[in-house]
Design a protein around this ligand. Structure first.
Ligand code: KE4
Length: 430
């Protein structure tokens, strides 16, 4: 496969952008090849600047559940742009967007728009601290909640991909306010509450971990967190930046039937444009400025183009009959194909899936139900697998610790190609 243009583009980019990328995981560092520079995408196909064509299963790390450049999204953005791109003043589409989110996400009564998942999680913990008048938060090792200082403690996603779970630049005084527990281990959370009585403002959790690879919540784990936070007067924050609008209209909280106090959202909510949001009960949200004392702001929050893209995407998900049943069927078909391939080749691959998000862990472990087990993965093997998958025209995550996403746009042909490509890539690493 000819990648000369991408190679040259990468060299040029590295002269003026740190690592040549605007987000570390894009650099393909952990898979040991130069990144692909994208020219365009439509539906489930991506074309790179060398003219190579790929079927995409990264979906821009989750947002593109409708597929790339969806006609309705493009139309909505173009119409919005014709009226201006930003006003810094309230618009009715922001209200419409908020009403749509309130309609879809069961625990959300009020919502504030921001510009990224990071902004959403940073704001949510500030709100939780302001509401509870407490300072400590609990996160889980291997979970990733964006690059806010409070979260770069044993973080997942790009931080573990690059082996940087704790980042320089995060001050000791900040780090001390973030306690880490073990995912799927309620006892580790109990111990922190017992050790820090009445000091913990919130527990923030990915209701399905996506940033250590997909690790589903153990039976009772989410409900247990709900009970523990209620018992100790702390807030439960579901970071649904990945799971929101993906696992169900109402995200993981609808899928598992556990209601958090606050929900952070991103990715799908923007329809491919920069949008984040956080929401919850009125009594919590109403302590936010300008009515309350907890401050949070943003020049481009609720941007009309981003609202047009996001609202179109959410309405499509809300109004397409059987959207989530169809996603489940497609993803189950892929899971079955992956399992059969590994079985027939006698390879030990642990495949975790919830709805349309899944990860194949290249590990000798029999299961991956925790961060420690996820970390037994052979990232070198994954890198070889990745290279072969790309050679077979599959664009999958350049990291063992990310998700493969199925979208509404994926056709049966796309899924057959994925399963065939998976088999060829497995044969290559056997
Ligand atoms: P952003 O600031 O990247 O929009 O969202 C941060 C974030 C928050 N919470 C969860 C559960 C997330 O997964 C993310 C971001 N996800 C990563 C990939 N897993 C973004 C990809 C990247 O960093 O380039």
């Amino acid at each position: 496969m000819n990648n000369n243009n991408s190679k040259n583009a990468f060299k040029q980019a590295q002269e003026v952008i740190p690592g040549g990328v605007n987000s570390p995981v894009r650099a393909f560092k952990s898979v040991g090849i130069d990144p692909i520079f994208v020219k365009k995408a439509k539906g489930t196909t991506i074309w790179d600047i060398d003219g190579n064509e790929y079927t995409d299963f990264v979906a821009s790390w989750g947002p593109l559940i409708l597929g790339h450049a969806h006609d309705d999204v493009l139309k909505a953005v173009a119409e919005a742009a014709a009226n201006g791109t930003s006003y810094g003043a309230p618009t009715q589409i922001e209200t419409e967007m908020a009403e749509q989110i309130v309609k879809m996400v069961p625990s959300v009564e009020k919502v504030r728009m921001v510009n990224s998942g990071t902004e959403a999680t940073m704001s949510a913990i500030r709100l939780a601290r302001g509401y509870t008048k407490r300072e400590l938060i609990i996160k889980f090792a291997g979970c990733y909640h964006g690059h806010g200082d409070s979260f770069l403690i044993k973080a997942g996603s790009g931080a573990i991909t690059l082996g940087l779970p704790d980042s320089p630049g995060v001050t000791k005084s900040t780090a001390k306010d973030t306690l880490t527990a073990d995912y799927n281990n309620l006892d580790s959370v109990c111990q922190l509450f017992d050790k820090h009585p009445e000091q913990i403002a919130a527990v923030i959790v990915e209701p399905v971990a996506g940033n250590m690879g997909v690790v589903p919540p153990a039976e009772g784990f989410l409900q247990g967190l709900k009970e523990l936070t209620e018992k100790h007067g702390a807030l439960l924050i579901f970071d649904e930046v990945i799971t929101g609008f993906r696992l169900a209209k109402g995200g993981a909280q609808e899928y598992f039937g556990v209601m958090p106090d606050l929900t952070t959202m991103g990715k799908i909510i923007g329809g491919g444009l920069p949008v984040g949001a956080y929401g919850g009960r009125k009594e919590i949200m109403d302590i936010l400025a300008p009515i309350g004392p907890v401050y949070q702001a943003g020049t481009l929050s609720g941007n009309p183009l981003a609202m047009a893209a996001g609202l179109t995407a959410l309405k499509k998900l809300d109004e397409t009959p059987n959207a989530y049943e169809d996603l489940e069927k497609k993803a189950a078909f892929v899971e079955a194909g992956f399992r059969l391939n590994a079985e027939e080749l006698g390879l030990n691959v642990v495949l975790n899936r919830v709805g349309s998000m899944m990860t194949a862990f290249f590990t000798e472990a029999k299961q991956v139900t925790s961060f420690d087990e996820a970390m037994t993965s052979d990232t070198g093997k994954y890198a070889e697998y990745f290279k072969n998958a790309v050679e077979n025209g599959l664009y999958i995550a350049p990291s063992q610790f990310e998700c493969l996403f199925i979208s509404m746009a994926h056709t049966e042909e796309d899924l057959e190609k994925l399963i065939k490509g998976n088999r060829k890539a497995l044969e290559a690493i056997k």
